[in-house]
Design a protein around this ligand. Sequence first.
Ligand code: NAD
Length: 731
Amino acid sequence: MSDFTYSLDADGVATITWDVKSKSMNVLNLEAAADLGALIDKAIADDSVKGVILTSGKKDFAGGMDLNIIARMKESAGDDPARGLFEGIMNFHALERKMELMGRDLKTGKGGKPIVAALPGTALGIGLELPLSCHRIIAADNPKAKIGLPEILVGIFPGAGGTTRLVRKMGAMAASPFLLEGKLSDPKAAKAAGIIDEVVAPEDLMTRAREWVLNAKPEDMVKPWDAKGYKMPGGAPYHPTGFMTYVGASAMVHGKTQGVYPAAKALLAAAYEGALVPFDTALKIEARWFTNVLMNPSSSAMIRSLFINKEALEKGANRPKVEDQTVRKVGVLGAGMMGAGIAYVSANAGIEVVLIDASQEAADRGRAHSEGILDKGMKRGKVTAEKKAEVLGRISATTDYAALAGCDLIVEAVFEDPKVKADVTAKAEAAIPEAAIFATNTSTLPISDLAKASKRPEQFIGIHFFSPVDKMMLVEIIKGRETGDVAVAKALDFVRQIRKTPIVVNDARFFYANRCIIPYINEGIRMVAEGVEPALIENAAKLLGLPLGPLQLVDETSIDLGVKIAKATRAAMGDAYPDSAVDPVLFAMADKGRLGRKAKAGFYAYDEKGERQGLWDGLETLWPVSDDQPELTEAQHRMLMVQTLEAVRALEEGVLEDIREGDVGAILGWGYCPWSGGPFGWLDIVGAARAVEICEALEARHGARFKAPKLLVDMAAKGESFYGGTAAKAA
Ligand code: NAD
């Protein structure tokens, strides 16, 4: 059955309704696009048809193109994939151009029928590009609806005419947040911005669309860019204001992306070059740049990790097959920075929360944290007074463990001290039902050791949040030696409820994310000790697309925490401790009270308000800059490889069980170069053989921490890749 159906009423208004029966949200695939084309032809050819309404049979219009298909388009594009892709994209342009003209002859201006898009709700990606090819877009006043072109967020850009049409409709400056940042709007905001033409009450949507079709005048059927004397809003590139826009946009985009995202550059190029030529040529240019982006391995890696695999993990790809474990009442132990955040995200998701601390004052302070977040939301108009009352009403702050009665999940976030943790575990277990699951938010203590304090170790698990809890999307779930399936399912169902992305890993020092982040920070500090120019270190990292340089990162997470971790790791590892070269720098900074941003002094200097001012000039006195500075690439290889190899070792040792989790976790957990799709994605892009070569060169110059793991060496020898399958399955 086709995803599009066609009906014709007595007045000659044809309605084409999009309804993908197998899905809750419409997404477009290639067959459905061909079907839509055939229905448009039918409407054009039928003299009894006066005009067409394109709408949806669902509450929303469409979520976009099926990204699974985009991810596979290159593979299925034949022996000459660039040509295959380009031709495939041009087919979309032909379909949309057909809709835009509806049989009108461009030369004579004769013929044509009106076509209107009637959007009941959300319209994203190609779900907005198709409406942009209609003569008018009318949306139902549905404040929950999202309208926009979010392609850039998964490493592509609106390449089915969206870029060319939006720039011509709004002008480059006005279109830029929607194209370059993937900004989404509700219908009213989309109308105010000029993306859509009209917003009506939901019940009037189809009546109004019909009325428009029946009353459309010939000039209503001509898009501005097809009309005589069209001038681009805001000016074309050689117009004085247009010139400023394009030059500024280029610098701004490069500053934000460091040039590592191929889609951002291609989008700008398509917009700029397209603005210099007639409309149909602009579409061809857009198609060529879109082909260029799809041919770049970065786009498929980003779609894979940021969309397909992220969604698979959120939907429980690795959830044990046990019955539903939806959390109804959670007990949070410790109302400090983490506990307060966990209480907020839980209450916000509709879960009843008991928030416990050692004193009532501390517990109340923890609850006030939620109030603060909700107040900010109210100021921005995102939260209503009722919503605030509702969320706060779900959190009871207390010191009384008896209040934990009826909790089906406990998340412990007290001090990082095994004794304190054991004490609260025993107290909580005395109050909660037998079947409840107990989770710890520890970042450094082994789960299996903490589980010894529990009467029910198979119901004991790690649920590791990142700070700040309300902003960070990753949650690391850690299985101890005895953790059972129900506990894993409970943790996964909880993470689903609070709408975050989970990864499930096994218990080992620093689990997964911190295990990779610490060597990255340490590599930066090591370079300071070696006399590498600190600005070179920071910029080399940022030019890779890492959100923070290692020195800024350690300032953020705090240097005393680094010292604490270094001391504990040394005590645990003895002679095998690998970071002796790092400690003198870290300890010296701590001795000087330069503890990072919280102390307004660290590797960076800060002003009174705590704003970062630049690298601290005292660094060069303590660790003089050497005359012999490394090449940029050398510094980048060190910082990228040191964290990537840790991810590979985590897989080799079975801490990670699934490379998808390794990649999604790295991007969401610490911002590992999103353009690469994650550490395994990056290794697949460079290839195992080249990666081993880089490791050998680094090992020779900098030591054994760069020794290529056996898994990688074997893959290089066999010519395998991670997502090619073999290594992933073996691991
Ligand atoms: P915090 O010091 O801000 O909060 C700890 C809270 O626990 C305090 O409010 C304290 O009063 C309370 N507490 C201490 N002993 C208690 C007891 N016996 N009974 C009840 N409450 C008690 O610490 P935090 O940063 O929120 O960290 C909490 C846990 O989360 C630690 O295990 C830490 O390793 C982990 N963690 C921290 C981060 C981070 O970025 N800070 C990230 C992930 C995990």
